[in-house]
Design a protein around this ligand. Structure first.
Ligand code: KDG
Ligand code: MG
Length: 403
């Protein structure tokens, strides 16, 4: 299984995706996701200039050795660009190994721990009523878990909220960063009403999730987590920026609301203090940003010591390759919690093919050898890369804030 070729496919069917294809002399190939939203070409350059030439001639079956060659061997460790690049290689190599074994990936990981993978849907609205309509639609589609976000009265636009039902909320079509306005005071006064309304209309069984996008200070997050306890959230996500892991102690001291963290983490070291001090409940690093299966399974194992479960990031900037591999991982990992599911636009499903199914709010893993996702390279060429930026957030006085 000697690697004979490795190249990138950069395509933009509605939004940018970077896909790595590794080919072996025997003809078996693997596919990995190298997409880093808004910084796509940094990973392309990292891979093309520094990684792919070193793969040619290596034995594709030596996944662990190649991982350490890329991680330790680079000297410069961690960081989103490095770990996304390593992840792409790792996912492609696991795909090759599973194909060569004639097994779906979950079998190589250790087999099924469950029959299906619970997902959560995004329900957003400009106000509470619009959001409740979206929840209603998603409950009727079979979802057991919904992430609810609304506009905030007095703030013109908020990231994470669509203006109209069915619209994309992320400005993947905005070449330069757009600007939103943020007011923590207005948000904190508004958001508990949203959870109250969802509980009142849909009862206790529906799982409610909410993403704060790092916008609060620790004491503000503690106030929110404490105040929303009666609504029994499944999780409160990214309530503070997590660079200062100690800040979670303050939130924890005040509340039993479960906390999810990690979509911007890329290493087990980012989690160590949070896990050891039992300050969080869900880890969110997706396979494609956290060094692939080889590294993220170590994060999941460490998390399991502290009863912490997985809840992988699965917004539309994670390509079907990442999602497909995640569904295998979710099917296997003993401490699975939930999988984010934000469906890609239909056009994405013409460029990528996949064998997982979506039934009643759950994913069912496919049985094709490998991770089950492939890319139509010819069609991909019809959608050239377009620069797209994530937005920024400013306080009402103009201060640049977290989004
Ligand atoms: O690339 C950034 C988005 O994927 C992110 O902002 C979406 O926070 C997000 C989520 O929880 O899906
Ligand atoms: Mg998030």
């Amino acid at each position: 299984m000697i690697i004979s070729d490795a190249y990138l496919i950069v395509t933009s069917p509605g939004r940018n995706f970077v896909t790595l294809k590794i080919v072996t002399e025997s003809g078996v190939y693997g596919i990995g996701d190298a997409t880093l939203n808004g910084r796509e070409l940094a990973v392309v350059a990292y891979l093309e200039e520094h990684v792919l030439p070193t793969l040619i001639g290596r034995d594709a079956s030596r996944i662990e050795d190649i991982w350490h060659f890329l991680y330790r061997g680079a000297y410069w460790r961690r960081g989103p660009v490095t770990m996304s690049a390593i992840a792409a290689v790792d996912l492609a190599l696991w795909d090759i190994k599973a194909k060569a074994a004639g097994m779906p990936l979950y079998q190589l990981l250790g087999g099924k721990s469950r029959e299906r993978v619970m997902t959560y849907a995004h329900c957003t609205g400009k106000d509470i009523d619009a959001c409740l309509n979206e929840v209603d639609k998603h409950v009727k589609l079979g979802y057991r878990a919904v992430r609810v976000q609304t506009g905030v009265p007095g703030i013109p636009t908020t990231y994470g909220v669509t203006k109209k039902a069915g619209e994309r909320y992320e400005p993947a079509d905005s070449e330069l960063p757009s600007e939103n306005v943020w007011s923590t005071e207005k948000y904190l006064n508004h958001v508990p009403k949203l959870f109250a309304a969802v509980r009142e209309q849909f009862g206790e069984d529906l799982h409610i999730l909410h993403d704060v996008h790092h916008r609060l200070t620790p004491i503000e997050a503690a106030r929110l987590a404490k105040e929303v306890e009666p609504y029994h959230l499944f999780w409160l996500e990214d309530c503070v920026p997590a660079e200062n892991q100690e800040s979670f102690r303050l939130i924890r001291q005040h509340s039993t609301t479960p906390l999810a963290v990690g979509e911007v983490f890329n290493s087990i070291h980012d989690y160590r203090e949070l896990l050891e001090a039992q300050l969080i409940d869900y880890v969110r690093t997706p396979l494609s940003h956290g060094g692939g299966i080889t590294h993220v399974r170590r994060i999941a194992d460490l998390a399991s010591l502290y009863h912490v479960r997985t809840g992988f990031h699965g917004a539309t900037d994670l390509s079907p390759v990442c999602l497909g591999a995640a569904i295998h991982f979710d099917t296997w990992v003993p401490n699975f919690g939930i999988q984010e599911h934000m469906p890609h636009e239909a056009i994405v499903g013409t460029v990528f093919s996949y064998d997982y199914e979506f039934v009643d709010g759950h994913f069912i893993v496919g049985e094709t050898p490998g991770h089950g996702v492939d890319i139509d390279e010819q069609l991909a060429k019809q959608y050239p890369y377009k620069r797209a930026s994530l937005p920024v957030n400013r306080l009402e006085d103009g201060t640049l804030w977290h989004w």
